[in-house]
Design a protein around this ligand. Structure first.
Ligand code: PGA
Length: 250
């Protein structure tokens, strides 16, 4: 099965209005010339501006977080319906920084995924093991448990509308990317886990790799049969690097 590649930039808590304008103008002309779906994910205050800057382009907009609550006394939170007001298409959920720094458990991640799906936005569900878990040899179990908690709440069919991002925690922001072979092994195991529940879903689900992806290692990763693109942090803030990654995906 051919799966369209996705190259998603996760800007995290970086950027300013002027740096974002420059980034988007550099990306707009390039994104149209390649087959991959390009996505950018600014911090919430910039969603409105970025949504306008992307108007008429093929680049899609992602939010970095959403609440699983619909409205009410949740200071500092953003609901899915608020994101809908700004033409957001995707929402990152379960990023390891949110799991580690903001205490998001697998259950919370599952509830957020359900809320994002109810708002007809596409969750980019991030999974991945810590270095300690890798050294213990439990990487596949950890990743599949993270996924299965979501499956239990929303059902396997819902993965038709979910993108998975496998991001080993030890590779995020460290410059230490997983090798293409290491990543492929986990992508295949995650796909097989879903395929055992529903073959079509397993074959169709897009699984991105994230963790120190740059223009110099992206082509090797994208050559792997189960790697359907990348979730890019640091390198997505540099137009030339990000464009290099988009080009390497074809
Ligand atoms: P990185 O981050 O590319 O800077 O390692 C990836 C991510 O956290 O999504």
């Amino acid at each position: 099965m051919t799966r369209q590649k996705i190259i998603a930039g996760n800007w995290k808590m970086n950027g300013s209005l002027s740096s974002i304008e420059k980034l988007i103008s550099g990306l707009r002309s390039v994104a149209e010339n390649f087959d991959s779906q390009v996505i950018v994910s600014p911090s919430h205050p910039y969603l409105s501006n970025v949504s306008q800057l992307l108007s008429g382009s093929s680049i899609k907009l992602a939010a970095q977080n959403a609440s699983h609550e619909t409205s009410g006394a949740f200071t500092g939170e953003t609901s899915v319906s608020m994101l809908q007001d700004f033409a957001v298409d995707y929402v990152l959920v379960g990023h390891s920084e949110r799991r580690a720094l903001y205490g998001e458990t697998d259950d919370v991640v599952a509830k957020k995924t359900a809320a994002i799906l109810s708002g007809e936005l596409t969750p980019i569900l991030c999974i991945g093991e810590t270095l300690e878990e890798r050294q213990k040899g439990i990487t596949v179990d950890v990743c599949n448990t993270q996924i299965n908690t979501v499956v239990e709440l929303v059902g396997v069919e819902a993965f038709k509308n979910i993108v998975i991002a496998y991001e080993p925690v030890w590779a995020i922001g460290t410059g230490l990317s997983a090798t293409a072979e290491q990543a492929q092994e986990i992508h295949k195991a995650v796909r097989n886990n879903l395929a055992a529940l529903n073959a079509d879903i397993g074959n169709g689900v897009k699984i991105l790799y994230g963790g120190s992806v740059k223009a110099s290692n992206s082509a090797d990763l994208f050559a792997m049969p189960d790697i359907d693109g990348a979730l890019v942090g640091g390198a997505s803030l540099d137009v030339d690097e990000f464009v290099g990654i988009i080009k390497s995906a074809g």
